[in-house]
Ligand binder design. Structure first.
Ligand code: PLP
Length: 382
């Protein structure tokens, strides 16, 4: 199988699997126990924290391990709103193209009376900074925007948002899940106050991630308990944490080369596919992470295209979510102003650091052979 769905998840790196096995088989004691096996687990936890922090450019004390980015996002939003209780800061500002879990949380909070502002994006997926300027005012408790969009790969202007947030006396949370391994991460320099990560997008294990909390920000916990300096209760997922740290080490060692290679391979893919009639590539001229290509083949339904490709051994994904009522078009493309029938046609190829030139050449050939004949030159008009 040619796997081109790395934004959904990545295969665990051998180093991560080895570190997890070690934690499961050897350092399995509870890091809170005061006996020697517990202390051994505690040392492993501290060592992993140092390595993940070094990868993220934060201080080890700023790093809170969570069950993934979804929990980190919930923790950031609910914690920031909680911290602002009793002040005039009660509004949540986020982009219209956030991860569905975060948008669902915002909708629930809105139903409970929290004012929510969803920032629009331009047709190419870039955030509308004028709208951000207008929305980020002193009544805002938190601004929450992703570093890069998972469907289009388009980068968000987080440095500018940090300035706007701080000028309004509020804070910025960046969901950096799709940046890890595909862009340099430097929490200290980023201006963000909170940052979410998930290990499995970075060749680490699933069910582990992090929330980075800037020093001095006393964020109320989502899960109460005494672990993680009372910032996240629950016995630490040490195998996950050890795997996360190993994945970070591995990514740090090769990231620059990986990104350059992925960028070249994506160019090969997009040039090859754009030779077909009616192909539209989303965000092509916006700044994007190097591995992601979101496009549509005329008006062909994404599920039809994906089914044909999978039978030929190529797997990718669509932005659309399946629901009881049928396939819902991607909220990201709708926010970019695309009509529903275009949004339903959009699919995503996301490359990984192990993707090869042979795989991408084969993918282009398969698409030309299996999808090309379905594309009428008239589809260009679509
Ligand atoms: N945020 C973004 C931008 C994502 O792409 C994902 C991945 O699905 C998540 C959050 C959620 O990550 P997890 O499922 O590991 O909690």
């Amino acid at each position: 199988t040619i796997y081109l769905d790395h934004n959904a998840t990545t295969a665990p790196a051998p180093e991560a699997v080895a570190a997890m096995l070690h934690a499961l088989e050897v350092a399995w004691a509870n890091p809170s126990s005061t006996h020697e096996p517990g202390q051994q687990a505690r040392r492993l936890l501290a060592d992993a924290r140092d390595r993940v922090a070094s990868f993220l450019g934060c201080q080890p004390a700023e790093l809170v391990f969570t069950s993934g980015a979804t929990e980190a996002n919930h923790s950031a939003v609910l914690g920031a709103l909680h911290a602002a209780r009793g002040t005039r800061r009660e509004r949540l500002v986020l982009s219209a193209v956030e991860h569905p879990g975060l948008l669902a949380l915002a909708a629930r909070l809105e139903g409970e009376g929290v004012p929510v502002t969803r920032l629009p994006v331009h047709a190419d997926g870039r955030l509308d900074l004028d709208a951000a300027r207008a929305a980020i005012t002193p009544d805002v408790a938190l601004v929450s925007v992703m570093g890069a969009n998972n469907e289009t790969g388009v980068l968000m202007p987080t440095a500018e948002l940090a300035e706007l947030a701080h000028a309004a006396g509020t804070r910025l949370h960046v969901d950096a899940t799709q940046l890890a391994g595909k862009a340099a991460l430097d929490f200290a320099a980023s201006g963000a106050d909170l940052m979410s990560l998930s290990a499995h997008k970075l060749h680490g294990p699933k069910g582990i991630g992090a929330l980075v909390v800037r020093k001095g920000f006393a964020l109320p916990p989502l899960l109460c308990g005494r672990q993680e300096r009372k910032r996240r209760g629950g016995t630490e997922n040490l195998p996950g944490i050890a795997g996360f740290a190993a994945a970070c080490d591995r990514a740090a060692a090769t990231r620059a080369d990986d990104v350059a290679r992925m960028a070249a391979l994506r160019a090969l893919l997009e040039t090859g596919l754009a030779a077909l009639p009616g192909v539209q590539i989303y965000g092509a001229r916006a700044p994007r992470i190097a591995n992601t290509s979101c496009l549509r083949f005329g008006m062909l339904d994404a599920e039809l295209v994906l089914g044909r490709l999978e039978r030929a051994g190529v797997v990718a994904s669509s932005g659309a979510a399946c629901s009881a009522g049928g396939t819902l078009p991607s909220h990201v493309l709708l926010a970019m102003g695309e009509p529903a029938e275009h949004a339903r046609a959009a699919l995503r190829f996301s490359l990984g650091r192990d993707s090869s030139e042979a795989e991408l050449r084969h993918t282009v050939a398969v698409v030309h052979e299996l999808i090309g004949p379905l594309l009428e030159p008239a589809a260009q008009a679509a």
